[in-house]
Each structure stands twice: as structure tokens, then as C-alpha cells.
Design a binder for this molecule. Structure first.
Ligand SMILES: [Zn+2]
Length: 338
């Protein structure tokens, strides 16, 4: 750039600044009284709270008595609880997402996924627990009779339409949805479900009190241990058995969040198998979470088949529903306080 050109540009820039400063509105803006600054959300509210305040928040929902038996029924050394969250398209519907690419991928769970999974469980002769949003069961009413016809599986609550409870954040509305979910599944099953799993595993601040008041035997939404424990509400035992879940042993992060990009289901088999092998060594509990619209695909049911075969080959495995495991552990609970 020549010196002359640089000087010309400097002059033009100065003129532009002056012109804009004199433009209509510029002075009005400059003279307007300053608006009150909007309250900025505090990104770190915890840094100024007292330890008592933090303790109350931390242990509103907390881990109580550890429920790890010396031995599982039949002299087995490990309990395996296979669980399937039959969400299908409900999460998208709850959010008003009418993208039929997304909805049809969810519908796959009812059309092909669940039937293929049920055929595998028949072949392997192992029971499982199915947590079903009520709307999912109403949109595909054949699912519950298909599951119950096997006479070994359990069905539990998984919200009305897979509503995210902290987003709902409304005590009365949450209670209404819980009540109508229980009513819907009770009618479809011919008996009241005893197990609860929160949609997306997310409790609101109201959830635990409502689940306890509804008289559930167990919850399976929390992650404070590998082994079962009693859930405490504000530091007090609830009498509810927690059968903990974990994202490591869940198909959704690998197949759902990865949106089909997981190159090989073998990687997932390796993680699931390694987690099982240590549960077997520790004589613990192994809860696996899957979804028919993810796990029900051909190559993925194939790895589930291999995983179950691996478990059987090690021996000493009690395959049971969540309900049967919770009933077995219920006797270890302390006296619940109301
Ligand atoms: Zn779910």
C-alpha cells in the first residue's frame, strides 16, 4: 500500500465515523437513560453456598444402605438384569419434533427391533425388564401382549411420553403424568407395575417423593454405585431399592448419540463384556440398558447374542428381571422412615 493510499483510507474512515455519529438515532441512543442491566445468570452458584446448603442439595436424592448380598439365588455369583427402554419415537413426539426421518427411526423399535429382541431372548431363554413410556404402548398396542406372552419378562414405568422431568419442572403436572402412566400400563398388563425408570434417567426435584408415595418396589435411574443400594430422600431411607444404571453399559451413547457413526458393534461388545467380567469377579450386579430402536438392529442383536453366550460360558450367572432382583434385595433394607 502506498503512503498516499493509506492517508486517503484514513481520511475516508474518519469521515465514515463522523457521518455515523451524526446519523439520526445516534444521538438519541447516546442520550437515552441507561437501561437497568439484566441480571446475569450466575454460572457458579455453588462457590458461595455453605456446606450445609451444598449437603442438602447433594443428598436430596442420595445413596443409602448398600445392598450387596453374600450370594445370589441358586448359589450364583453374579446377577444379570437385562433391560430395554421401549422409547421408540416418544422423545421426539414429546418435543414436538415431527421430522419423519427421526420418527420412523423410532418406529423401527416397534416394527422390527422389539420382535427381534424377543426372539433372541426366547432362543437364549433369559428374562428381561421392559420400561415403556405409556404413549409408546398406546401407539403400538401389540408390544405389551407380545412381551407378556413369553411369561418371563417384566414391564415397568418409563414416563408418559418420555417427558424430561427437570424440563417439565412442575410438581402437579409430573404427578398427573405419573398417575396416568401407571393407570395406562396397569390396564394393558392386567397388574400394577412395581418398577420405575425416569425418562432419560432424569429426576426432577419432585420425582423421588412421588415415586416413593406411589409405592414402587424399586427405581432404576441412578448411578451412585455398581451394586444395588437403598435410596435416601433428604438423608432418610425410603425403602426403595435402587438398581443402578450407567452410561457405560447403555447402548444409547454408542448407537443413539453416535447416530449410526459407530463403525463396529464389536467395540460395544468389548465394553459390555469387560464390565460383566469384573461384575463376575466381584460377585456383583450387572444392569445393562438397551433400546429396541437402537439395539434391535441386525448387527447389534448379534452382539447381544454373543454377550449372553459369553455370560453363560462363565457360569454362576443369575439372569433375572429387575423385579426379582429387587424382591431378593428387599429383605436387606433397613426400616424405612416416612
Ligand atoms: Zn428412555
Amino acid at each position: 500500500m502506498t503512503r498516499h493510499l493509506a492517508r486517503t483510507l484514513l481520511i475516508l474512515t474518519a469521515v465514515a465515523v463522523l457521518t455515523s455519529a451524526c446519523a439520526p438515532g445516534a444521538n438519541v441512543e447516546a442520550q437515552a437513560p441507561a437501561a437497568a442491566p439484566a441480571a446475569k445468570p450466575n454460572p457458579l452458584p455453588g462457590v458461595t453456598k455453605s456446606l450445609d446448603e451444598l449437603r442438602a442439595e447433594m443428598f436430596h436424592v442420595g445413596a443409602g444402605k448398600r445392598l450387596k448380598p453374600a450370594e445370589w439365588p441358586g448359589g450364583n455369583r453374579v446377577a444379570v438384569a437385562l433391560s430395554f427402554d421401549v422409547d421408540n419415537a416418544t422423545m421426539a413426539l414429546s418435543q414436538g419434533n415431527l421430522d419423519y426421518e427421526v420418527l420412523s427411526r423410532g418406529e423401527y423399535g416397534a416394527v422390527d427391533g422389539l420382535p427381534r429382541i424377543l426372539r433372541l431372548l426366547d432362543k437364549q431363554k433369559v428374562p428381561a425388564s421392559f420400561f415403556i413410556p405409556a404413549v409408546s404402548s398406546l401407539l403400538h398396542p401389540q408390544m405389551i401382549p407380545d412381551i407378556l406372552s413369553r411369561k418371563v419378562h417384566e414391564i415397568g414405568i418409563h414416563g408418559w411420553i418420555h417427558e424430561r422431568l427437570p424440563v417439565l419442572n412442575d410438581e402437579k403436572e409430573e404427578q398427573r403424568l405419573l398417575d396416568q402412566s401407571i393407570e395406562t400400563l396397569t390396564k394393558a398388563m392386567g397388574k400394577r407395575p412395581v418398577g420405575y425408570r425416569a425418562p432419560s434417567w432424569k429426576f426432577s426435584k419432585y420425582t423421588l417423593a412421588q415415586v416413593k408415595a406411589a409405592g414402587f418396589l424399586y427405581d432404576s435411574s441412578l448411578m451412585a454405585s455398581d451394586d444395588a443400594y437403598e435410596i435416601n430422600l433428604d438423608g432418610k431411607p425410603t425403602g426403595l431399592v435402587e438398581l443402578p444404571i450407567e452410561r457405560i453399559v447403555d447402548d444409547a451413547p454408542y448407537f443413539g448419540a453416535a447416530d449410526g457413526s459407530m463403525p463396529s458393534p464389536e467395540h460395544v461388545l468389548e465394553v459390555f463384556r469387560s464390565e460383566f467380567d469384573v461384575a463376575w469377579d466381584e460377585r456383583g450386579l450387572y444392569v445393562l440398558t438397551m433400546h429396541p430402536h437402537y439395539m434391535g438392529h441386525r448387527s447389534r442383536v448379534a452382539i447381544l447374542d454373543r454377550l449372553i453366550t459369553h455370560m453363560k460360558s462363565k457360569g454362576g450367572v443369575w439372569f433375572a428381571t429387575h423385579e426379582d432382583i429387587a424382591k431378593h434385595l428387599k429383605g436387606m433394607l433397613g426400616a424405612a422412615t416416612n
